[in-house]
Design a protein around this ligand. Structure first.
Ligand SMILES: [Zn+2]
Length: 348
């Protein structure tokens, strides 16, 4: 088994100023540069100065506006042969796009997220449109991850809260993976489990959950990178994606107004943890302290849509046993959404 992990890893305030230096150290002197929509205007000056001062040549440049797989193919063939790496600066869409180019072109990809709303910036999975439908495709884990925690701090707070929701789901995802082993003998990779749970526990046990604290944001970013690594080790998204993710995917399809991935996943994680009967208080405590619960209270999910999503969850992925595969647990979930004092405030 060959496992790749990000070898260039910088998580600190003002890391973006040093991007040229980091690339130079890795010997990546000519790059294809991709920006998410609206991102170039925000950071162009900083990036240009940094790249120029380290003599990094930009041989191709694009703004990612679309995440259709046909566009990914076009971009892959548009990159000149002299490019030594792909650099993706932006939110999830730009990074997912570039990871797939890296997968096709065998070039290393450096992921520079401007928000950390989910674990996608360091995972081996790309969410792309295939024939108009959103698909999670297996791809490569980034060779480099650069997180400028000062930029993350300045992004709207619901992005970070969404990232925390996505991270705590590792707890219920791992439980579901073990449940799948019991029910269908699905192979569980113990090391991947250790990495995934440690990542979540680093944040759960952190003394503060202050999302304006760059120290905490650094720990959270590192934990999300470890989630990506856990998926790479397992060769599946199992360590960071269980039944709570299936509910969120179903909600994306059904809801009139879906929320951010990690927000939906966070709510579904509370629900799944209640059904599994494990670590519920710990999960709720973190989500309360960071402001996640207050945010969802002010912008709750749609209960009727969530109930339908729970029913739909077992059909989202084939051969993917989770707590929501069990009919009586789905009934219990419905009951909790109507009667549990906290859950009934999060989905109305
Ligand atoms: Zn996720």
């Amino acid at each position: 088994m060959e496992i790749t992990v990000p070898s260039l890893l910088r998580i600190k305030p003002d890391a973006l100023f040093k991007i040229g230096k980091y690339l130079r150290t890795e010997g990546l002197s000519s790059i294809a540069l991709f920006f998410g929509e609206g991102i170039r205007d925000l950071f162009e000056r900083t990036i240009r100065i940094s790249l120029e001062s380290s003599e990094i040549n930009v041989v191709h440049e694009e703004i990612v506006t679309d995440n259709a797989i046909e566009k990914v193919f076009e971009s892959t063939f548009a990159i000149p042969g002299k490019a030594r790496a792909i650099v993706a600066i932006g939110g999830g869409k730009a990074v997912d796009y570039c990871k797939y180019i890296a997968f096709l072109s065998h070039l290393p990809v450096i992921s520079i997220p401007t928000s950390i709303s989910n674990d996608g910036f360091a995972s081996p999975v790309s969410s792309l449109l295939v024939q108009g439908r959103r698909k999670s495709l297996k791809t490569v884990i980034p060779t480099g991850v650069i997180v400028d925690t000062a930029i993350i701090k300045n992004a709207p707070s619901h992005y970070v809260l969404s990232g925390i929701g996505d991270l705590v789901s590792n707890i219920t995802a791992v439980r579901d993976w073990k449940l799948a082993f019991k029910n269908s003998g699905e192979y569980v990779n113990d090391f991947s489990v250790l990495v995934s749970l440690n990542a979540a526990d680093n944040v759960i046990n952190h003394p503060t959950h202050d999302i304006t604290d760059t120290g905490f944001l650094g720990v959270l970013s590192g934990a999300l990178v470890m989630s990506g690594v856990a998926m790479e080790i397992a060769g599946t998204s199992r360590p960071a994606s269980g039944g709570e993710h299936l509910v969120s995917h179903a909600y994306d399809k059904l809801a009139k107004t879906p929320s951010l991935h990690g927000i939906q996943v966070g709510v579904a994680t509370i629900l799944a943890a209640r059904l599994q009967g494990e670590r519920v208080e710990q999960i709720i405590r973190v989500l309360e302290r960071c402001g996640f619960i207050d945010l969802v209270r002010s912008r709750p999910l749609d209960r009727a849509d969530l109930v339908r999503a729970i029913e739909e969850a077992p059909y989202i992925k084939e051969n993917y046993y989770t707590i929501f595969s069990e009919k009586e647990k789905r009934e219990e979930a419905r009951d909790l959404l109507e009667n549990d004092p906290l859950l009934k405030e999060l989905a109305v």
